[in-house]
Ligand binder design. Structure first.
Ligand code: ATP
Ligand code: MG
Length: 376
């Protein structure tokens, strides 16, 4: 029996726990907000105090990157923490992330760091308009972002950004050139302690209002090779252990890394039904010093996020190849409540199943589903 402590007690820790059970890997989760150690499925409080939990764990890992640095330090000191603090910090701070990508010679959007209005002016010169502005710390699901489309927006946007910078210690803004991409894809893969790599097929992602709503595994060897090369460069530069995700912009077949996530990723949930070994199991295998499981797609699969709803029509469960995964969370508008994986023997059948699913679901709640299915 291995005991893994996960920093963060959300759905990713929950799904790690579900994947770990058959391997006799027991998960407990550190709820960063309450500072309690909780059961990842029931959220029942198992104990207080991180120190004790660190001591009892064989391995410590994380399900998200916005973790207080003192917590990271305590974990790192134990010598049990994987991936490294550096990897988590790179995922949680866009300045470090950009530097890392440049150092690894991985293509990414031109950028400048903004701490003052002068920096903002300089960024307008060096990066150009249109530009995307992102808070260095704390951003997720498109939050903490601005779009500068013309110079007359400069003052208004600066006011908001200045407030954001002032709100927390060490905050800054990263200005990025606007990338005219055709689509967004992401790559999820694992690296274990031996340095072995197991990389999943790319997923094509559709975002709605900055939030991932649909993700479909694709089979495009040329793009896959490009993405795998970048993945390898990033993973090796960090001596990474665990599952790592890279988000890309696809610009006419040339990939640019948008961001990295040092953890299992929403765009890898399809692997629960679409791959031989899911991302959660492979993350645990990696950090527990085990061989990695095979990652090829065993059937065509898409993942549909369920946002702000705690029910789906019963007919969804009658659809062949359809699996609903709830996170057991309290309903809140826009919140990620669960996801649906849809699998089929091939892409043509997957399209049919997705269209059937779209007919069953509320069009307003799942706006991306029908058009994306039709485009498959
Ligand atoms: P996540 O939840 O994935 O962590 P996030 O809030 O960290 O999201 P990004 O992934 O950086 O933010 O950006 C959100 C979305 O905004 C992207 O998926 C993309 O659609 C768009 N976007 C971000 N940067 C750019 C850019 N430089 N040019 C064009 N579009 C962009
Ligand atoms: Mg993103």
């Amino acid at each position: 029996m291995m005991h893994v402590l996960v920093l963060g007690a959300g759905q990713l820790a929950r799904m790690m726990s579900l994947a770990g059970a058959p391997l006799n890997i027991k998960i407990s989760a550190f709820d960063v907000r309450s500072e309690n150690i909780v059961h990842p499925l029931t959220l029942e409080v198992l104990g207080q105090g991180l120190d004790n939990a660190i001591e009892q764990a064989d391995v410590i890992t994380a399900e998200f990157e916005h973790i207080p640095h003192d917590v990271l330090e305590s974990c790192e000191k134990s010598g049990k923490f994987l991936p490294s603090t550096d990897a988590i910090k790179a995922g949680g701070d866009r300045r470090i992330e950009k530097q890392l990508l440049d150092n690894a010679e991985v293509k990414n959007a031109n950028y400048a760091v903004i701490n003052s209005k002068q920096d903002f002016q300089a960024a307008i010169e060096s990066v150009g308009i249109p530009m995307v502005l992102k808070s260095a710390l704390g951003g997720y699901d498109g939050k903490g972002q601005w779009r500068l489309k013309s110079v007359d927006q400069v003052d208004t946007i600066w006011e908001e950004m200045a407030q954001c910078i002032a709100e927390s210690n060490n905050q800054a803004i990263v200005a990025e050139e606007f990338v005219p991409f055709q689509r967004e894809v992401s790559l999820v893969g694992a690296r274990n302690r031996q340095g072995d790599l197991a990389i999943y097929p790319l997923a094509e992602n559709v975002h709605t209002n900055g939030v991932l709503t649909l993700s479909t595994a694709i089979d495009e060897p040329e793009l896959q090779a490009q993405a795998a090369q970048m993945f390898t460069a990033v993973a090796e530069s960090l001596d990474y252990v665990g599952v790592l995700a890279l988000e890309f912009f696809d610009v006419n077949g040339q990939l640019l890394v948008n961001e990295i996530a040092p953890r299992v990723h929403n765009s890898g949930h399809w692997t629960q039904q679409g791959a031989d070994t899911c991302q959660f199991e492979n993350h645990l295998r990696a950090v527990c010093d085990m061989p990695l499981g095979t990652t090829e797609a065993v059937r065509a699969t898409s993942m549909v996020n369920i946002l702000g709803q705690d029910q789906v029509p019963m007919q969804v469960h009658q659809l062949a190849g359809c699996h609903v995964h709830w996170y057991g969370k309290e309903k809140r508008a826009g919140r990620k409540m669960g996801h649906i994986n849809v699998s089929a023997a091939n892409r043509a059948e997957l399209k049919l199943q997705l269209l059937k699913l779209a007919d069953l679901l509320d069009e307003e709640a799942f706006p991306a589903l029908k058009p994306a299915a039709q485009a498959l």
